[in-house]
Design a protein around this ligand. Structure first.
Ligand code: 13P
Ligand code: SF4
Length: 322
């Protein structure tokens, strides 16, 4: 079955007492709650800032809070800690990983860099602090093109870990990048065959896609961009129907922003409950775990200072680009 119906973003029944408990704990701990667009609606609604990876890194850099509770995945909370060695950084679930970060063990990456000492190293923010520390500059999906364009034309570049984002950047910039062989397991699970059937059924629909999708999907898209860019596009474009090729969590904000427009999540290969793409790591976080982390002051992100310093240097180069 293809995902031809308009599927609602999964919503949990709000627990008013739990929400009040979290708000009180946030005040008590002088904590800020940062949440990615892929978090469940209940967590997004409670967050002080909801954004894409770049906006959340910038928010973490700006915050004056004593505690940062990061509702996203582990590399995002690590990024917050890299920028805030003096603040406590908590995660709701320490097992919230990422297939891209997992595809890049530090030793294997170090080995590649040893074999190519003449290359500059651009790492997508979806990687460990250890990999960031070995990189010259970090990028996110919203500034990857800008970051690569900022590098001297005569230098060769290693781009890791997302080969689909890297190939997209290569097509846009015309630069020849050496790509690490990593993928986002969520975006590669979107089915081009089911997508084409859906586009046949709704010929007026605009296809919008995250650059972690493989090229065969990006080639069909009317707009390619980060989660924040996709959200901005549905607001500014005069289309009335959009097929959204990214993790389904973004539809919560989109529906609030354009309630009159029809938003259809792109279908995945497997027939899951919503017939849409869900990141299993992002969805490990729950309101209960948010409460527990604030109440207990753990799980906490801790980094060796030498790794943190190296990663901060590469991250701040990205942040300086604006
Ligand atoms: P952005 O937040 O840059 O859109 O990336 C999406 C993602 O997969 C985060 O893990
Ligand atoms: Fe990683 Fe993909 Fe999940 Fe983002 S959506 S956290 S890239 S597995």
């Amino acid at each position: 079955m293809i995902g031809t119906s308009v599927v609602s973003t999964p919503t949990r029944v709000g627990n008013a007492a739990l929400v009040e408990e979290i708000k009180a704990l946030k005040r008590e701990r002088n904590a800020v709650l940062l949440a990615h667009y892929y978090q469940t609606p209940d967590i997004q609604e409670l967050a002080d800032v909801v954004g894409d990876s770049l906006a959340l890194a910038q928010a973490a850099d700006r915050t004056g809070a004593d505690t940062i509770l990061f509702a996203g995945v582990h590399f995002m909370a690590e990024t917050a800690k890299i920028l805030n060695p003096g603040r406590k950084v908590l995660v709701p679930d320490p097992h919230a990983g990422c297939s891209l970060a997992d595809s890049t063990p530090a030793e294997a990456f170090a080995d590649l860099l040893r074999r190519h000492p003449d290359h500059l190293v651009v790492s997508y923010i979806n990687c460990s602090a250890a990999v960031k520390a070995m990189s010259d500059i970090i990028c996110t999906s919203s500034n990857a093109v800008r970051v690569v364009n900022s590098l001297p034309k005569d230098r060769r570049i290693i781009f890791a870990p997302d080969k689909h984002l890297g190939a997209y950047v290569q097509r846009v910039t015309g630069r020849d990048l050496m790509l690490w062989d990593g993928v986002c397991e969520v975006h590669v699970d979107i089915s081009i065959d089911k997508l084409r059937l859906l586009m046949g059924k709704y010929p007026d629909a605009r296809l919008i896609a995250h650059p972690e999708c493989p090229q065969h999907i990006l080639d069909e898209a009317d707009h390619v961009g980060s989660t924040a860019s996709l959200l901005e596009f549905v607001q500014r474009d005069n289309g009335q129907r959009f097929i959204v090729a990214t993790e389904v969590g973004i539809l919560h904000r989109m529906r609030a922003a354009v309630p009159q427009k029809e938003l259809i999540p792109a279908p995945v290969h497997a027939d899951n409950a919503c017939a849409c793409s869900e990141c299993p790591y992002m969805k490990l976080n729950t309101l209960e775990k948010v409460r527990d982390a604030l109440r207990d002051g753990c799980p906490e992100v801790v980094l060796p200072e030498n790794v943190r310093l190296g990663a901060e240097r590469a991250l701040r180069r990205m942040l300086a680009l604006g």
